[in-house]
Design a protein around this ligand. Sequence first.
Ligand SMILES: Nc1ncnc2c1ncn2[C@@H]1O[C@H](COP(=O)(O)OP(=O)(O)OP(=O)(O)O)[C@@H](O)[C@H]1O
Ligand SMILES: [Mg+2]
Length: 308
Amino acid sequence: MARKIAFINYKGGVGKTSCIVNIAACLAKRGKRVLLVDLDAQSNVSIWLMRVERWNELNSGGRGSVYSIFVPGDKQLRDTVVRDVVEERDGQKILPGLDIIPTTFDLIDLEHEYNPPEMEPVYVRFRNQLQELEPEYDYILFDCPPNVLRASQCGLFCANEVIVPANPDALSLIGFTLLTGKLVQFNERSASFRTAGMGSPAMINGIIFNSIKAATDIEVPKMRMQFRINQFRNQKKISPRTRIFNSMIRDAIVVRRAVTLGLPVLSIGNAVGTEGVVEDYDNVTDELEALEHGQALPAQNAKSVVNA
Ligand SMILES: Nc1ncnc2c1ncn2[C@@H]1O[C@H](COP(=O)(O)OP(=O)(O)OP(=O)(O)O)[C@@H](O)[C@H]1O
Ligand SMILES: [Mg+2]
């Protein structure tokens, strides 16, 4: 069965999209079959990996994105999958195994314009269609906007695990706190729509610190986050296995450049500054894979981040 993981924080701009794209790429490089679902109307994953020209066609045509499944007579989720999305500019596929379900700006209409039929909240329709795709993948990853509104709910309802990318600052900690409360409420509200095969409701089980500047001491923010994790764990609001990842992602210009190039960082080549951060994503991916079995991996890159 595919591992289904939502990446979300109530704080915007912390690196949810950068983490999910680069981790998805690491998993695909390891031979895993990965489906990355863009649930943010900003369409950042889609614009990044499809590049703007290909995505523009989708956006102006208004067909073949997540929102299509809510438009009568339009496509099913299966029809929206863009297979092996990562390409060179000449169309050559360079990362087989990484598929996306793209989104377009119309996903915002899901929040207010769309009237779900009675007894079919948006996340139920989404779940029903996603289930058909599950046997084809090892990992299904959901990139969520910084809220728990309808689009995010689609991912949170299907996911069993939640990863929270965070920066080492007070606002990220507030985002994590808000998210925890909202997720507990959502799980209670949606419980009656769950079916036996779905597994347990989504629970936060990992925090990834992102954008760590060279020579920054993050011990204090880490301690604060750990304190909050312990509190929530005792209150049974998060998984008993929740941990801050030992590895973290350094701040590196190449992460921003990757978006312009339309590639995950591991596909960029040997540009200056690429090597270290590729290693960071790889180490975080090791930990994500180990998390399935409840293992902790040592920080392989903590030292290199500090000295970068
Ligand atoms: N490790 C990093 N080093 C340098 N820049 C980074 C890093 N991670 C993310 N960024 C940059 O920070 C900005 C925000 O990142 P990103 O879009 O991944 O955040 P987000 O949490 O998905 O934002 P949103 O809440 O808008 O969806 C982007 O410009 C991105 O390129
Ligand atoms: Mg994002």
